[in-house]
Ligand binder design. Structure first.
Ligand SMILES: [Zn+2]
Length: 239
């Protein structure tokens, strides 16, 4: 019986659970996406905070990743993934996002609840099962939250989207992605008809009042805070 769940992370010579390795790879991957242009390395404090561990623990682990060729670590500066590490992180996200979509579309679970299931299952589903899910769902490009699903090589074609804070005012837009997995926030989005695929238009933005006024489905007008607005990614309708 092949222990398929260890996958390529078994190249790590240390006895580390593959789920731990995968969670570090994901945290660094997401950290890199948040880097300002010109910044190369994700600060170790940020990696530690994302994983809820002490900086010392994070450093020990990141050094092990570096020895395995999955990351580049620079003491006192930070860490970034190598091409091999980036591919593995992409494959974890592929499993996570396909599982989420499967749970919503096939199992009928709420899109607000599936992230936690994805966090667990991303480490244990086999490649065979995930490719079967991919086939069954018709090779989808996005999960229920609008997050892109990496291809079988773990790669994503990057696309830049405006948020409801940065988009043009008074133009028809389509919600593409919700950049927050908190169930309460997702339920708020759902109850206001702002899920990916919905039409929306920004009527006004008032920085002083911390308010963004939107017109959504059936011309319903709602006002949301700027923090919430920054988590809704949109594109011009028809693009
Ligand atoms: Zn998720």
């Amino acid at each position: 019986m092949a222990p398929t769940f260890r996958r390529e992370t078994s190249i790590i010579s240390l006895m580390l659970p593959s789920s731990t390795v995968e969670n570090y790879l994901k945290a660094i991957y997401h950290g890199e996406a948040l880097l300002a242009s010109g910044e190369r390395l994700v600060p170790m404090g940020q990696v530690a905070a994302a994983l809820g561990v002490t900086p010392g623990t994070a450093t020990t682990m990141v050094k092990a990743l570096a020895e395995s060729g999955l990351a580049e670590y620079e003491p006192y500066s930070g860490v970034r993934l190598t091409a091999a590490g980036e591919k593995l992180a992409g494959l974890v996200l592929r499993r996570h996002r396909l599982v989420e979509l499967f749970l919503v579309k096939v199992m009928g679970m709420s899109w607000a609840e599936v992230h936690e299931e994805g966090e667990q299952l991303e480490h244990v589903v086999s490649e065979r099962l995930i490719e079967r899910i991919d086939d069954m769902l018709g090779h989808p490009t996005h999960d229920p939250h609008g997050d892109p699903i990496p291809n079988p090589e773990g790669a994503i074609t990057p696309r830049e989207f405006d948020t409801l804070l940065t988009c043009p005012i008074g133009e028809p837009l389509t919600v593409t992605r919700i950049a927050d997995q908190d169930p309460a926030f997702l339920r708020f989005i759902e109850s206001n008809d702002l899920k990916p695929g919905q039409s929306v238009e920004v009527k006004t933005r008032d920085a002083a009042a911390d308010a963004v006024k939107l017109q959504g489905k059936n011309n319903r007008v709602i006002t949301i805070g700027t923090r919430a607005a920054s988590k809704l990614l949109v594109e011009p309708t028809g693009s």
